[in-house]
Design a protein around this ligand. Structure first.
Ligand code: WTA
Length: 625
């Protein structure tokens, strides 16, 4: 673990000078079934990246078996249910190991094998983490789909990866609501021919329909034992697929591999959070997102930490639920999203103050830029000016944190993610693709691979190349803008493409437009983000309709319902505006930049609209807003 600023500087210099030597040393701390022959093999022009080439391992041996000798009775997963009156569960490393092995055997008994894709559509209960690890145990590739996604979105993801199995639950608790997961899964499976087994966990005990491929999880578990040797995996075998939004309608199935992902998530967890043996670490994300994969499951467990899984929401039963849980479990590390902080900041600070938060040592932020107000509120009311805040910048594609301070070790700067991790070579580019030296603002890019970079998009390597390696040849292009101060600290300024981050969720505008266009009365639409004080960004949809007479609430509700049905409720636009035209260039391209300014009400920043094909619609949009 890096313990001081000087050690950080020495480590970063060493990693820059000799990346192979540096990562090889880091990787040697893990349990490998056989060593790698070459540390790194890469060519960004293909693009191709391989780490720890020829090495054999199983990530679950590193997350579980390794700890059995030293700390079998330490809590691995601390589960806090949605309902505060339901008892929390402390699952030890020994018990987790046993349950993962049992579940792995259950998967195999139902036909799963190495290389198969298994879709997981589950609530935030321990069995979700166990299912993920069970897949990894047998070498099946897990594809977790966030349980807030609709049947259409779930089916698209199952079909894209040709999953042979679906793991789900009867339902899930979320605040005062229950979500009928099995019903949504059933709906999805009507259009998924590759799935031949659906294992159903009982969580809510609600009534479900039963199909020929369905089996109850608890009944299947009774049939098998808990002896399950870990499958030998190549370092470059896929570990999982996780979908993220892109600028076209189709989600991108990012593929992460076993060796590099393990090394990098474990290394960054250890150094960014600086967790000590008796600490209790809580990341409030959902395992359906990359943050949950890397920093609820794999990173913490690879380090033998205690990781909290929370089933509920920050507002239930009241807006002090986070703080109540912190006090109840003596949380030392609390890692959440700016959107949650902004939502909680709106409520009286007495809700925070009434709980004893003295166990807290480190706070974290992830998912979107944290604005100054939220940063200071977090620092003052939650951290009592006594906890370093790590603002961690990274992506589904990067697998782990690329830019962040190390808690209490390197300096923090409000609203800045600060410095890259050792071994991460971040640069700023201007529009021509030249590197900007020193202070400046531009496009963020990375010039050398790190171990957990996604290796491809499932089934579409060409798209992987086009999206991430073609805009600026020789660099990985994440799609974010950034500025850098004189000390080299980075502040992420936001997306530079058509992805909008709403409440920390990555949403591509294209699939939302496609959903809206499905409506028989819609001719064309454009969706843009605009600043929102809680969600960070919200969506504004502009739609051209066949009959203006139908411009009413019914139409808008139908459009929102279509979006909820095709993507999920999180993608519903806050505003829908019917327009007679969309501002277009003479070549017919929609001028999203202008729509963004219109949606934000920044009329004085529209620039010259006279070159548009239809400048008159700009005036009309302003008038009718
Ligand atoms: C944004 C989430 C500013 C960014 C881990 C990135 C951030 C996208 C930060 C990836 C941060 C994430 N500061 N922006 N600390 N963290 N982002 O794939 O735009 O869900 O490209 O991964 O979130 O979102 P994703």
């Amino acid at each position: 673990m890096i313990n001081s600023l000087s050690e950080f500087k020495v480590t970063s210099a060493k990693a820059l000078e000799n990346p192979d030597g540096f990562w090889s040393e880091v990787a040697s701390e893990f349990h490998w079934k056989s060593p790698w022959k070459q540390t790194l093999d890469y060519d960004f022009s293909k693009p191709e990246v391989k780490w720890f080439v020829g090495g054999k391992l199983n990530i679950t041996e590193n997350c579980l078996d390794r700890h059995l000798a030293t700390q079998p009775n330490k809590t691995a997963i601390l589960f806090e249910p949605n309902d505060p009156t339901e008892t929390a569960q402390h699952i030890t490393y020994k018990e987790l190991h046993k349950r993962v092995c049992q579940t792995a055997n259950m998967l195999m008994a139902n036909g799963a094998k190495k290389g198969d894709r298994i879709c997981i559509y589950m609530p935030m209960v321990p069995e979700l983490a166990i299912a993920v690890l069970a897949c990894a145990r047998i070498g099946a590739i897990h594809s977790v789909v966030f349980a807030g996604f609709s049947a259409t979105a779930l089916a698209a993801r199952i079909n894209d990866a040709s999953c042979s199995m679906l793991l789900t639950a009867d339902g899930g608790f979320r605040g005062a609501k229950t979500i009928a997961l099995k019903e949504i899964a059933d709906d999805a499976l009507t259009s998924c021919s590759t799935v031949n087994c659906c294992l159903v966990l009982q969580r809510t005990q609600q009534e479900v329909q039963w199909n020929s491929i369905d089996k109850w999880w608890h009944e299947e578990l009774e049939k098998i034992d808990d002896n399950c040797p870990a499958e030998v995996m190549d370092s470059e075998d896929p570990l999982f697929i996780l979908y993220t939004s892109g600028s076209t309608g189709k989600p991108k199935g990012m593929v992460h591999t076993c060796g590099g992902y393990m090394v990098y998530t474990a290394y960054t967890f250890k150094n960014v959070f600086q967790c000590q043996p008796n600490d209790v670490y809580w990341c409030t994300a959902d395992i359906g997102w990359i943050t949950g994969h890397s920093y609820i499951v794999y990173g913490p467990l690879a380090n033998g930490a205690t990781t909290v899984m929370f089933e509920g929401v920050p507002s239930y039963p009241a807006f002090d639920r986070f703080w109540e849980v912190c006090a109840k479990h003596n949380i030392t590390h609390f890692y959440t999203a700016p959107t949650a902080i902004r939502a909680l900041e709106k409520h009286p600070t007495s809700l925070v103050e009434k709980h004893d938060l003295s166990s807290l040592k480190v706070l974290g932020s992830v998912g979107e830029p944290i604005n100054a107000e939220a940063w200071h509120w977090y620092d003052k009311h939650v951290g009592k000016h006594n906890c370093p805040i790590v603002d961690t910048w990274w992506q589904t594609e990067t697998g782990g944190i690329l830019i962040s301070s190390l808690a209490g070790v390197t300096p923090q700067k409000p609203t800045f993610a600060t410095l890259p991790m050792p071994g991460v070579q971040t640069v700023l580019l201007n529009n021509e693709g030249d590197e900007i030296e020193g202070e400046g603002e531009g496009i963020l890019a990375i010039k050398h691979p790190w171990p957990s970079i996604a290796r491809t998009i499932w089934g579409d390597h060409e798209r992987y190349k086009n999206v991430y390696f073609s805009a600026y040849p020789g660099y990985y292009f994440p799609g974010d803008g950034a500025l850098r101060d004189a000390e080299g600290n980075f502040r992420i300024t936001g997306r530079v493409d058509d992805v909008v981050i709403v409440s920390g969720h990555n949403l591509g505008t294209a699939p939302i437009e496609n959903a809206i266009n499905e409506h028989p009365n819609v001719v064309e639409s454009a969706v843009v983000g605009f600043p929102h004080d809680v969600k960070g960004n919200a969506l504004h949809a502009f739609a051209i309709v066949r009959s203006r007479a139908d411009d009413n609430e019914t139409l808008k509700n139908e459009l929102r319902a279509l979006v909820a049905k095709t993507i999920g409720p999180i993608a519903k636009p806050d505003r829908i505006q019917v327009v007679s035209g969309l501002p277009k260039t003479r070549s017919g391209k929609i001028m999203r930049r202008i729509l963004r300014k219109l949606a934000a009400g920044e009329y004085d920043q529209l620039g010259d609209v006279s070159t548009l094909l239809n400048p008159e619609v700009v005036e009309e949009i302003k008038q009718n807003k």
